[in-house]
Design a protein around this ligand. Structure first.
Ligand code: HEC
Ligand code: HEC
Ligand code: HEC
Ligand code: HEC
Ligand code: HEC
Length: 213
């Protein structure tokens, strides 16, 4: 009896099987790799704002501490965006007439807050808290990068779960003295970190309920 299928169909069947396996494995792997790229995490993406507020002028030029404007970072879960009343003492009459500051002027006179666009945002099912990090020696720079060099703030860290957990496993090499929390360009974490971890009683928190509650 002649063969039901010619010989070459064996090769075809094998090739098809391999192709199916590659797709089954390859597509999820590619997707998993993609969600971790800056493209998917919005890392480094510039964010347009209603007023061209420049951190370089204010932080580097005027030497204003981060906490002058983001004053709740040490005390609450939110760092907060300052209300326009914080801008007024410096941007009084003369400077207020600049066109660039027109939205600030309107906000002050109408009492309606400016609508700044979010740069860093976690999904709603993740719990985050600024005060605990800031009071245990994790500096703004460790998560937000060199804000003092940003004309427009962008998301400097991936903000993925693995990024959070990597530090939580072993936070010591990321710690700095509380006096340097807002310092930009701090470099002695590795030398001083382990001592500070003891001094500030820093724990390694990796259980799921730390961040998902
Ligand atoms: C004079 C006030 C002022 C000072 C000082 C200041 N900021 Fe800001 N910051 C703002 C304003 C206004 C915004 C909202 C507009 C924007 O995103 O640029 C902002 C936005 C941000 C954002 C983005 C927030 C988001 O939406 O996720 C980060 C991060 C940030 N600031 C960090 C810092 C750090 C770190 C310092 C100190 C090195 C600092 N800021 C100093 C006023 C200030
Ligand atoms: C401690 C003082 C101080 C505070 C507080 C402050 N600024 Fe400024 N800002 C300055 C100085 C100084 C300049 C530089 C002015 C110049 O060079 O013409 C400036 C420049 C600016 C400019 C550029 C102005 C232009 O004409 O190009 C903008 C926009 C601005 N600030 C927005 C804000 C906003 C919004 C806030 C509140 C969140 C704020 N500033 C808070 C001191 C301050
Ligand atoms: C351990 C990392 C970490 C540290 C340290 C940190 N931040 Fe943040 N910051 C974040 C994350 C994550 C978000 C987004 C929070 C969210 O979406 O709930 C954020 C949000 C912000 C925002 C937007 C407003 C808000 O409260 O959500 C500002 C402004 C800000 N941070 C400023 C600061 C300043 C200033 C410091 C230092 C005093 C600081 N951050 C320290 C991770 C950090
Ligand atoms: C650079 C290091 C670092 C990064 C990055 C970091 N953390 Fe933390 N986190 C810490 C340290 C240190 C503590 C304090 C541990 C302690 O209480 O001893 C902490 C504490 C916390 C706590 C408080 C837990 C409690 O019950 O008191 C939460 C919640 C938290 N982190 C969430 C996050 C999330 C979510 C992210 C990512 C978006 C993140 N952290 C990124 C270092 C980090
Ligand atoms: C230090 C903080 C932290 C801890 C601890 C943590 N997570 Fe997450 N988790 C996050 C953040 C931030 C996100 C959102 C960003 C992302 O999706 O990567 C997230 C996202 C998730 C998601 C959504 C899936 C996805 O990729 O979008 C799941 C499911 C999850 N976590 C489960 C867990 C489980 C299970 C544990 C315990 C083994 C855990 N997490 C521990 C911070 C944490």
């Amino acid at each position: 009896m002649p063969a039901l299928f010619p010989h070459w169909t064996n090769t075809l069947a094998r090739a098809t099987l391999i192709a199916v396996l590659c797709t089954l494995v390859g597509v999820p792997v590619a997707l998993m790799a993609w969600v971790r790229t800056p493209n998917a995490t919005r890392q480094y993406e510039p964010v347009a704002q209603p007023v061209a507020f420049d951190h370089r002028i204010h932080v580097t030029g005027q030497r204003i501490d981060c906490r002058y404007c983001h004053y709740s970072a040490e005390r609450s879960s939110y760092a907060g965006i300052p209300p326009t009343s914080v801008c007024v003492p410096c941007h009084s009459t003369a400077w207020m007439s600049s066109d660039v500051l027109a939205p600030v002027r309107q906000s002050v006179s109408s009492g309606r807050p400016l609508r700044w666009n979010r740069v860093d945002a976690l999904p709603g099912f993740v719990y985050f808290n600024h005060a605990i990090h800031v009071n245990k020696g994790v500096g703004c720079e460790s998560c937000h990068g060199r804000v003092d060099r940003m004309a427009q703030v962008y998301q400097a860290a991936p903000l993925t779960m693995s990024w959070c957990v990597n530090c939580h496993r072993n936070p010591a090499p990321h710690l700095r003295p509380l006096s340097a929390i807002t310092t930009m360009g701090y470099v002695s974490q590795r030398e001083l970190g382990p001592q500070l971890a003891q001094k500030y009683h820093v724990r390694s928190l990796t259980t799921c309920t730390t961040c998902h509650r």
